[in-house]
Design a protein around this ligand. Structure first.
Ligand code: M5T
Ligand code: MG
Length: 615
């Protein structure tokens, strides 16, 4: 069984004081709601007891003596208390739910914010499906804890104590008759709890599996269709779905047995009550009203006991969920994200006028000094890399697939920290820069373009409202996105998640526009290998030239035209920087580049995939 399932399966203690304390901390900002809710609960419980007492008084002091006037008065009081009880219950429901929802909102924000700050390594290790479960399922489990669990458990216990005291006050012998059935109740509840817990846990695992399955097979629907796997996959889904159904039914079965059994035990104790109570009344030890009140009390006495076992399950599930959530919240953060030491120096122009927001800028000198990097040691994917790019220089990075080109680029953004060596930007170690301001000055148009649901403008400025509509439009036009999209072009045009509405070439241009809109000092482009039509090819080519002008740029290039125009070409082979020079120089050497060129970049071979470039 995978780690995922083991994690979802874990159900431990129903109460962990340390965790509970930490959970309760989230209630702190909502103290007034807690106070209102608790007061309403106390008040509501009080009214329940008062109403029962009132029934006893009505029967004994007014009905038995035939005082109808007084009885009307009692009925009036009863009505008034009932209305008050209605108000209290409304207030309690509403404030508890509000408190729960506010808390959930806060926790969900915290989890999401934390996830955003995690470094790339974390996402390599934790499948997205599981992280989604943290933000949705686990937080929802806590909902039950906050909006029904915590306060109501306290309420239930208070009510139990109140009912027991009142019963003892009316008649201790009768009380004993009622309590005699308690052992049966406890045993039943324990058996039930164990059974339900197992099913509940299995069900959670199955649901997690269903989520993952649906997620994966809908994301990969194109592949499923392509290979005509619908039938087999449907059958696989059916197995899971059926398992969930069976487990649900099993759970329902236990509840269907448990509730009537509790009722039965209640009925038995009621029967005993009527017999013993009747004898007490005949002996003059108990009044008719007291017996009635007692019967009402017993009925209410069993309800919280029955509910407590359900609450126990909620508590247990929330403890497990909160443990997973806290684990995520406590996970060690991106070292880089935590320790900003040096912010990027302000450009001379803006530091002169301190009233405006200072524009941070870099000259754009980049130097790698003996950099070695492994995702997993000791498999080094970059070995002892050294080179220097001068401000404004356009550098092409070439190499066969898997040579380490994308990895090299990600180091510049500190997506990963490397094992040895040094990367300097403007003569300063990149680890000294505040990571956020550093990233804001370097742009990346990645190999796989990520599109977000929203309109075109949103996708270019990525929600950064400091970039004006004019700037967005200029960036889009600058890269020729308007030409590529033709009549459809409009900043407000809706683009769907995963970019279903855009072609590969259009996505590439959009990604360039995005990089350009942020007006970076250093630009990195990780070209996609896929081929596009010649018109788009030309558009991309022109766009590239325009956006690289005046800034240091690194282009992982697959197009000969891009490579030829570069100031310098870095040739990577199996994680090593093998050759450096211009197109002509490198061809003259007759080394790796020449082979690569012959196999891959020569116009007649342009369609050939990078993979076939065995050098
Ligand atoms: C270089 C490995 C990959 C390859 C080597 C991105 C990534 C890569 N690798 C990992 O282990 N984990 C990762 O997250 O590193 O890969 P690259 O830098 O992506 O190569 P490339 O960009 O030159 O190739 P391509 O195909 O994009 O031209 O061994 O397994
Ligand atoms: Mg790559």
């Amino acid at each position: 069984m995978s780690e995922f399932h083991l994690q979802e399966e874990a159900l431990g203690k129903a109460y962990d004081s340390k965790q509970m304390r930490r959970l309760l901390k989230y209630l702190r900002p909502y103290k007034s709601l807690v106070v209102i809710s608790a007061s309403a609960l106390f008040f509501g419980s009080g009214t329940q007891i008062a109403l029962i007492a009132l029934v006893q008084i009505a029967l004994d002091d007014y009905v038995m003596v035939g005082d109808l006037g007084g009885l009307t008065m009692i009925a009036g009081i009863y009505l008034a208390i009932t209305i008050a009880r209605f108000g209290a219950e409304y207030l309690q429901f509403y404030t508890t739910a509000k408190m729960g929802q506010e808390t959930l909102h806060d926790i969900r924000m915290e989890v999401f914010a934390k996830l955003q700050r995690m470094d790339s390594k974390y996402f390599d290790k934790n499948p997205v499906g599981r992280l989604v479960t943290r933000v949705t399922n686990d937080v929802n489990t806590l909902n039950e804890l906050f909006s029904s669990g915590v306060i109501n458990v306290i309420g239930d216990i208070i009510m139990l104590v109140a009912f027991v005291s009142m019963m003892l006050y009316y008649d201790w012998l009768l009380s004993l008759a009622v309590f005699a059935v308690l052992p049966f109740l406890v045993v039943t509840t324990l058996i039930f709890r164990n059974k339900v817990r197992t099913v509940f846990r299995d069900l959670r695992v199955t649901i997690a599996q269903i989520n993952a399955f649906v997620n994966e097979h809908l994301s990969g629907i194109a592949v499923v269709k392509l290979f005509a796997r619908e039938k087999a996959i449907k059958e696989k889904f059916d197995t899971l779905n059926r398992r969930a159904m069976d487990q649900n039914l099993k759970q329902v079965f236990y509840y269907a047995v448990f509730f009537p059994v509790v009722e039965l035990i209640g009925a038995v104790s009621l029967a005993a009550l009527i017999v013993v109570g009747g004898m007490q009344i005949t002996a003059g030890l108990l009044t008719f009203g007291e017996l009635t009140a007692f019967i009402l009390l017993v009925e209410r006495f069993f309800r919280p006991i029955r509910d407590l076992s359900e609450k126990y399950n909620i508590m247990q599930a929330s403890m497990a969920s909160s443990e997973r959530i806290f684990q995520l919240l406590d996970a060690k953060l991106d070292r880089a994200g935590l320790t900003p030491t040096v912010t990027i120096p302000r450009s001379a122009a803006s530091s002169a006028s301190p009233s405006t927001t200072p524009a941070l800028s870099l000259k754009g000198e980049v130097e790698f000094k003996n950099v070695s990097f492994a995702y997993n040691e000791p498999e080094y994917v970059l070995k002892n890399i050294s080179f220097k790019a001068n401000p404004g220089e356009n550098i092409a990075i070439v190499g066969a697939t898997g040579a380490g080109k994308t990895s090299l680029i990600s180091l510049l953004f500190r997506f990963y920290d490397f094992q040895s060596g040094q990367i300097l930007i403007d003569n300063r170690d990149i680890r000294e820069y505040d990571i956020f301001s550093l990233r804001s000055r370097i742009a990346l148009a990645p190999q796989d373009v990520q599109i977000f649901s929203g309109n075109l403008a949103y996708n270019i400025r990525l929600g950064d409202n400091s970039i004006s509509d004019e700037q967005v439009l200029a960036a889009a036009k600058d890269v020729g996105l308007d030409q590529a999209l033709g009549d459809d072009f409009d900043l407000g045009m809706e683009i769907q998640e995963r970019g279903a509405t855009l072609s590969t070439g259009q996505k590439q241009l959009l990604s360039f526009a995005r990089a350009l809109a942020f007006d970076p000092d250093i630009l990195t482009l990780d070209e996609a290998t896929s081929s596009v039509d010649t018109a788009t090819e030309r558009l991309i080519q022109n766009a590239l030239e325009r956006i690289m002008k005046g800034r240091t740029s690194f282009v992982v290039a697959h197009r000969l035209s891009t490579i030829e125009k570069a100031d310098r070409i870095l040739v990577f082979h199996q994680g090593e920087l093998r050759e450096t020079g211009t197109h002509e120089e490198l061809l003259a050497i007759g080394g790796v580049y020449q082979k690569l060129y012959r196999l891959q970049y020569q116009p007649r071979n342009i369609e050939r995939s990078a993979r076939s470039a065995v050098v």
